[in-house]
Design a protein around this ligand. Structure first.
Ligand code: 13P
Length: 252
């Protein structure tokens, strides 16, 4: 009952011209496919309008990488969920580890941003994951559960399945060191177990949990076979259309 969802997070890559060319290539490659897998891209803010225009009516989803929690105001350099929704964006990443680590986003900020997504009509892709030090200390599960509790604590049960969860172990991001399928499955089962313990049964059954961290064409199929892995949030390998298409094919 959970369709796989593959999203390419472009991070700070591809300005409007390059984004437009990439979106066009993706659109052509996926035209007429039997859509067994949901696909999305998360371009940088400035490239969102071009990508939204290109991918209109294709079924390929467009996500922002970040938003500000307020609707508007004196927040120099920030972009609100309402602005993103107005620009035709459907999803928004929240709590990516790079936001948490490099831009000081706390659990409390992440929670506000999840609610800002709902307020503005964006679907959150909520990222959680432990650092290497936390894993080595044996705390990976408690860290991830704490992040989930903080971000989703005040979300109504019937809204939770509209959140896509993304388990991204920080030590696997951009390092070429993917979590093994079993390591990933173990954490995904923990997350699903937490959903089961916290909400009515339909929530755990229907909420998608993506894996992210050095996913490539070559390792995607093994990861996607795991019962609790419902897709991928892909960084580096999503910048190349051919490789991104391989990952989509591996999920189908
Ligand atoms: P990489 O696929 O480059 O490891 O990045 C993962 C990620 O952070 C996706 O959000």
């Amino acid at each position: 009952m959970r369709r796989k969802f593959i999203v390419g997070n472009w991070k700070m890559h591809k300005g409007p011209a390059e984004a437009d060319t990439f979106a066009d290539a993706l659109k052509r490659a996926l035209a007429g496919r039997d859509a067994a897998v949901d696909v999305g891209v998360a371009p940088p803010f400035l490239s969102l309008p071009a990508v939204v225009a290109r991918l209109k009516h294709t079924g390929i989803q467009v996500a922002a990488q970040n938003l500000h929690a307020e609707i508007q105001g004196a927040y120099t350099g920030e972009v609100s969920g309402e602005m993103l929704r107005g620009a035709g964006v459907a999803y928004c990443l929240v709590g990516h580890s790079e936001r948490r680590q490099l831009f000081g986003e706390t659990d409390a900020v992440v929670e506000k941003k999840v609610h800002a997504c709902f307020r503005s009509g964006l679907l959150p892709i909520l990222c959680v994951g432990e650092t290497l030090a936390e894993r080595e200390a044996g705390h990976e599960r408690e860290v991830v559960v704490r992040q989930l509790q903080a971000a989703l604590g005040k979300v109504q049960a019937d809204q939770v399945p509209s959140v896509t969860l993304a388990y991204e172990p920080v030590w696997a991001i951009g390092t070429g060191k993917t979590a093994s399928p079993l390591q990933a499955q173990e954490m995904h089962a923990t997350i699903r177990g937490w959903l089961e313990a916290t909400y009515p049964a339909f929530v755990a059954r229907s909420t998608r949990i993506q894996y992210g961290g050095s996913v490539k064409g070559a390792n995607a199929a093994e990861l996607m076979k795991m019962p609790d892995i419902d897709g991928a949030l892909v960084g580096g390998a999503a910048l190349n259309a051919e490789e991104f298409l391989q990952i989509i094919a591996a999920a189908g």
